[in-house]
Design a protein around this ligand. Structure first.
Ligand code: UCC
Ligand code: FAD
Length: 585
């Protein structure tokens, strides 16, 4: 009997001993960096209104929206190609929580805010902050929102008229009944980076002036969207098309008609993805889809670049949000989990690991805020020419850099939960999977590094002059803060090295810059982010942690392009060596 009792007690003990779940509170109230940033930058009246709304939104996220997000993960979209009677239906079924996310997005004005411009140049920043808070609780709905914002931006930039006016009103509506989302169909089988050579879709003009599109779109995310912007080649009377970038034009189309019937589109299948599983990404056959030409003929890439720049900013939002969520959970777990007789938070090595991630997210956050601040100025005609150039440069820099940061932080943060981090039902692997895509879609790291070079070439060097002078100005402003002196010094040295590299690159073969593109972009990201951290730490009411983040950030190698250049990594010989390493002799 005693033995039985012993066993019984042991089991009761085990059942009572469960691990404490990490959690977060109101994501707005908990985010001290966000709150201090808003306090410094927003005009007091705007801050007052925005603060109230964000506190309310934070509570809604915590209590109502977060549970929906988990539902989206558990009920991914289901594709049904045929009905019970063998009729082709191509129906993409999404769960009720996903549909609710769409309504919430409209109610919260997650797109509308940027276009209504209630707070003038601060509207973009405010919208970005809401999207940032929403991102990790959105159940993947951030993705259609990114493309919706991008589509609204393209329409706004092309001039809002006719059916585009109608579409714009839907995309920017706060009415859940009226709100539309948009897709962005660029990638085809032959290439997602090299859109100019990869696009095979043909547009045939109809007597009424509209077009019918024929082709195959290989990746189309948020395939349940109401409309899409897409690229195609207009065929002439002989059926011939101009090849390359100059043959591409931009089209607007509705995905379904009023009765929900697909617009001469067949869904081949849904992608079987590592992450972002809450959201339907489809392969689509366009079999005469009716569409409207919305760019000048042959100006498709230039016209859609407005969309790319907006969705790339959303990508940065997603990257910062993912890091913030992982670190918040990790911090909370450290206060609950015991090891070797004390809480994880009392193990200095563990706290050091989290602190290193915290420095990363702080830098990325300030870079994001800088970009949306500049975008807000540009959209209200308040940006100088220099600020516009800076914005053009910083978008690809931030997208490529934060995508990589977020992936690294997600992996590190997962480990901070030990074995639990690897368990599906904790939800932590979902964050990791969804983060890993951030460096692939919307332009891979290399493609964006080349885009950085494109922005340099297009401005004939002006953009670099603006970058360097902006950093210098910021350094002047912070140089009186003694505590930051080592960071200022290191940044000045990095700028010197960058200048030397640029001078040397200008006198060598073109190959140099192509091989240097990634390290060059990383250098710009690290230098600029460092100055933002210093700027934030130099204010009168800054905390010691603000200064510490700036000093630590700037103690890393701020100019990897100079170091690698010194190693001879960008010459023709290095390219041959790379080739030999990868492919053998
Ligand atoms: O992946 C996708 C959706 C995923 C889901 C959404 C998630 C959002 C985030 C959510 C967060 C949670 S959609 C597919 C994305 N695809 C890409 O990003 C394509 C990557 N490839 C590139 O970016 C390439 O660099 C291309 C396609 C832009 C290269 O095209 P071209 O035609 O070969 O390049 P060109 O000839 O250099 O550029 C043509 C024109 C030029 O203008 P003009 O003719 O006036 O000189 C360029 O300056 O386009 C202009 N242009 C730009 N302008 C090209 N890129 C840009 C830019 N970024 N900004 C301004
Ligand atoms: P490739 O272009 O074949 O690139 C392969 C590799 O080669 C990459 O690492 C790239 O960096 C490198 N590379 C290519 N060219 C160069 C170069 N010149 N120099 C150096 N390196 C180079 N697309 C859409 O249009 N709409 C969508 O809704 C959409 N949704 C997506 C959803 C998911 C989950 C994913 C994963 C992708 C989605 N995409 C979408 C596609 C995505 O944009 C592309 O996969 C991406 O742009 C890369 O194109 P690719 O796959 O053809 O790769």
């Amino acid at each position: 009997v005693l033995e039985d009792l012993g066993i019984h007690l042991a089991r009761r003990d085990t059942e009572a001993l469960f691990q404490e779940q990490p959690g977060t509170g109101n994501p707005y109230l908990e985010d001290t960096l966000l709150r201090s940033y808003l306090k410094i930058h927003l005009p007091p009246k705007v801050l007052e209104e925005v603060h109230q709304d964000l506190e309310r939104f934070g509570n809604r996220l915590l209590t109502k929206i977060q549970p929906l997000s988990w539902e989206c993960e558990l009920n991914p979209p289901v594709f049904r190609q045929y009905d019970a009677w063998g009729r082709r239906v191509d129906h993409i079924h999404t769960c009720s929580a996903w549909k609710r996310m769409k309504e919430i997005s409209a109610e919260e004005g997650l797109i509308a805010e940027a276009y209504e411009k209630r707070y003038s140049n601060w509207s973009r920043l405010y919208q970005a902050v809401k999207l940032y808070l929403f991102s990790s609780s959105s159940g993947g709905f951030s993705c259609p929102l990114a493309m919706t914002d991008g589509a609204a931006k393209v329409i706004e930039s092309l001039g809002i008229s006719g059916s585009l006016k109608n579409a714009f009103d839907h995309l920017t509506s706060r009415d859940p009944e009226k709100f539309w989302t948009s897709g962005q169909w660029m990638t085809e089988r032959r290439g997602g980076s090299d859109v100019a050579n990869g696009t095979e879709t043909v547009a045939r003009k109809q007597p009424d002036g509209t077009y019918r599109l024929y082709g195959f779109k290989w990746f189309t995310s948020a395939a349940d969207s109401d409309m899409a912007l897409t690229l195609a080649r207009i065929a002439d009377a002989e059926g011939q098309c101009v090849q390359g970038s100059r043959g591409l034009s931009l089209f607007f189309l509705r995905v379904r008609d009023e009765e929900g019937k697909l617009n001469s589109i067949q869904v081949q299948r849904l992608k079987d993805k590592l992450g972002t599983r809450q959201m339907a990404t489809a392969e689509l056959w366009l079999q005469g889809a009716r569409a409207e030409l919305i760019s000048a003929e042959g100006r498709g890439v230039a016209a859609i670049s407005n969309m790319l720049n907006i969705t790339r900013i959303h990508n940065v939002i997603g990257a910062v949000a993912s890091m913030r969520r992982m670190i918040s959970l990790s911090r909370d777990y450290a206060c609950k989990r015991m090891a070797f007789g004390k809480l994880l938070k009392d193990h200095p090595l563990h706290v050091q690991t989290i602190a290193r991630m915290e420095v990363q997210v702080r830098g990325a956050f300030l870079l994001l805020m800088e970009i949306v601040r500049l975008l807000g100025l540009a959209e209200t005609n308040l940006a100088s020419e220099q600020e516009q150039l800076l914005l053009r440069l910083l978008i690809p820099v931030a997208k490529l850099y934060t995508g990589k940061q977020a992936s690294a932080v997600a992996v590190e943060a997962m480990e901070s939960f030990g074995g639990q981090g690897y368990m599906e039902d904790t939800g932590l692997p979902v964050i990791l999977r969804d983060t890993l895509v951030l460096s692939i879609w919307e332009g891979t790291t290399n493609i964006l590094s080349l885009d950085v070079l494109r922005s340099l070439a297009k401005s004939q060097g002006q953009v670099m002059a603006v970058f360097l002078s902006t950093v210098q100005e910021k350094l002047e402003l912070v140089s009186s803060t003694k505590e930051l002196a080592p960071a200022v010094q290191r940044t000045r040295e990095a700028i010197g090295s960058l200048r030397q590299f640029m001078a040397a690159a200008g006198s060598e073969q073109g190959l140099t810059m192509e091989l240097a593109a990634r390290d060059f972009s990383y250098s710009l990201a690290r230098i600029y982010t460092g100055t933002l951290l210093m700027e934030h730490a130099a204010r009168a009411d800054a905390s010691s942690a603000d200064a510490c983040a700036a000093l630590r950030w700037c103690s890393q190698d701020l100019c990897p392009v100079a170091v690698e250049s010194g190693r001879g990594s960008y010459g023709g010989g290095a390219a041959l060596q790379d080739s030999a390493l990868v492919f053998g002799n």
